[in-house]
Ligand binder design. Structure first.
Ligand code: 6GU
Length: 247
């Protein structure tokens, strides 16, 4: 997968050189291209923002530099086109389902903004030619879209084939489609069997795979009911078994 990011703070993306995503890049599974938006300005101050039409607080990112920057990225492969992701608190929610959809794309372009956002005509211009999604990572406001891009690239990158050591890790994830859809993962334990008087639940030491799977599902249901009750009410009753219903 190829990922391009246009930002006035390309240095924000240094963490993408580390750990799982850094390894994926070293191994050629993920290719990341960072671009400085100001490289597409033409004035001495390298201006990217201006006052909003209609008045109001803050500044808006000018369409000119964004248009030239996006055109520049598109020119890297005229035979193809990226899926464009515009991070904004006004976007549709970023979910595990969307992460999986993006993980199946060959090319993504992220356009994290600062200030009050990008002049809306940029999204109109490219929305007419490309798939452009405005996406939010949650119901709070960040100072800019850069951290949201880090979040999304990590969620997407770990789903690329060959990135996770154990392919099953992504299958059992909270929110993963299948048996864990709309469920949070329960607690996990490792050695030693007793630590400061706290014991590992006996069933996990039993070696009885059927009982362990049942226990894990019960714990997932319990934790979901406690931390995210609205997810449980959204669970399809047809996906619950007889034992689930008794909980
Ligand atoms: Cl994608 N950007 C900003 N600036 N704030 C956010 C966000 C994105 N998602 C949630 N809050």
């Amino acid at each position: 997968m190829r990922v391009d990011v246009i930002s006035i703070f390309p240095e924000y993306f240094a963490p993408l050189e580390v750990s799982l995503i850094g390894k994926a890049r070293e191994r050629g599974i993920l290719e990341v291209h960072l671009h400085q938006l100001r490289d597409w300005t033409h004035d001495v101050h390298r201006t990217v923002d201006d006052t909003p039409y209609g008045g109001g607080p803050g500044m808006v990112m000018k369409p000119g530099p964004w248009g030239e920057a996006v055109d520049g990225v598109l020119a890297a492969d005229p035979a193809s086109a990226p899926r464009v992701i515009v991070p904004t608190p006004s976007g549709t929610p970023f979910t595990q389902k969307l992460a999986m959809e993006y993980a199946a794309e060959p090319w993504l372009l992220f356009t994290p903004a600062r200030y009050e956002g990008i002049d809306s005509r940029v999204m109109a211009e490219y929305g007419a030619r490309l798939r452009v999604d405005e996406v939010s990572i949650g119901d709070y406001v960040l100072a800019g879209g850069e951290v949201a891009v880090l979040v999304m690239v990590e969620a997407i990158g770990r789903l690329l084939p060959g990135v996770l050591g154990n392919a099953c890790s992504a299958v059992d994830d909270s929110f993963a489609p299948g048996s864990m859809e709309n469920l949070l993962e329960g607690p996990v334990y490792t050695k030693p069997p007793e630590w400061r008087g706290h014991e590992v639940p006996e069933v996990l030491l039993s070696g009885h795979h059927g009982r362990i799977a049942r226990w894990r599902r019960d714990e997932a249901l319990r934790r979901t009911a406690k931390n995210r009750p609205e997810l449980l009410t959204a669970l399809d009753p047809a996906r619950l078994d007889k034992h689930d219903r008794r909980l």
